[in-house]
Write a protein that binds this ligand. Sequence first.
Ligand SMILES: [Zn+2]
Length: 558
Amino acid sequence: MSKAFVAAAAIALAGAGASCARAGRTAADVVITHANVWTGDPAKPAARAVAIIGDRIVAVGGADEIERWRGEGTREIDAGGRRVVPGFNDAHVHFVDGGAQLDYLDLKDAATQEEFVRRIGERAKATPPGEWMLGGNWDDQNWTPARLPTKELIDSLTPSTPVFLGRYDGHAALANSLALKLAGITARTPDPVGGAIVRDAQGNPTGVLKDAAMNAVTRVIPPLTPERRLKATKRALDYAASLGVTSVQDMNPPYEDIAVFADLADRGELTARIYAAPMETGWQDQAKLGVHRAFGSPWLRIGAVKGYADGSLGSTTAFFFEPYTDAPNTRGLLADEMQPLDQMRARLIGADKAGLQLCIHAIGDAAISAVLDLFTDVVKANGERDRRLRIEHAQHIAPKDFDRFAALKIVASVQPYQAIDDGRWAGRRIGPERVKTTYAFRTLLDKGVRLALGTDWTVAPLNPMLTLYAATTRATLDGKNPNGWVPEQKITIQDAMTAYTSGSAYAEFQEQAKGTIARGKLADLVILSDDVFSIPPAAIKDVKVVTTMVGGKVVYQR
Ligand SMILES: [Zn+2]
């Protein structure tokens, strides 16, 4: 008899009433005892213990209730009074990139441009000639004065190493002269649609490429070898397990990544559940197979597509109705996918008609508005149904659009860490008025919009504690807003935890299977070092994961 069948039978028994369940019941494989459980289940929010058979939770309740599930072979995990919560579901990651980047050059904490240059030089010495130097994660806003780097800073240090280092937001990157040469970018290369080649006063490329302009370089970077792709995936899985992340929603994976996930799933080696949303422009690939939203197994699902409406705030490519306050010559860029708009509309309607879920990146108020228009057209074309359209990031929403957001039942897939990161300089960039409805998590919840939480790893750290900290404190990374930047948009730890667990599960059509600690749900849960519900929000960032369990198996133990 399969474990899944036993669990299902046990759940049915337990449902029939305690007296019936007492006699001759199947013993639990695992009981978690002495736990301070936040179940996330409004019907039964707190518990002391959990019983698990196979990959499912069969009982949640008081110590006595769970004791009755103990049998000879039952393994006990004593939580030692610690806080137990449902596993975190990161609704927006770039998973294999993230795993690969754990080995890449990481310049996020390079405090000066000199430090940035020094580290690139150091890495070049350790890189075989001809091998690409990738990664980056740099942030010019950390430097005084904040200014974009140039290829001249690094060319002499990297004569035989093509360098392509992304800004941390992924919407700009620095290439050295060798990389530009390999990509064929010269002073005569025009800016592509949806992108910009940053140039000096003479019109020569400085090495910084924005959005679609980066494609010329990414096209010539050799793809990951199968071995490196597998290694990166395993790195990412281990890292996620260590942080209590038990589900991820992977945005824009190349199909080769999904093949790796499928192999690992077959071998029983996935330690996080994955919902993969490849590029929207390739929607017909999935449609041809007849695959619908959330198709697959509890370990791996496909059936969503992810598109882009604009760029990012940091790169001044997020698309606004009005010009940037600190760059009045631009209001950002509509992504190349959105041009022409008729084709984008036709693709989205086609993908939706095929039963695929639509997830669209939109950051600036005009981009969000444009996506709301497109989603309205999708509903009009294909009729009402439960489709859970998603706007990824949803950072700067025009006040007039909140009600539309709610009426269309859009899921806001948001990354609170961005607020404490961008919050350092977003006010200068877009001015005091637009900032009021920026990262507007409280307003979204008040309007009845469903939130899904995530990180956009590697744009922000994968660690859920930093996201919870950001959502509840809005204390910017520079320490200048200890009581919160736009503090009226703070949300409570209950709100944040709900969004990070059942909210993210809802965003992938899986709220029946996971996201709460409840009878019948997948046994994905985390034991925390400290109680995030009772410590001051400012201390949440230091909380550690003690144990991570996925499908009834411990995948990380501190
Ligand atoms: Zn992303």
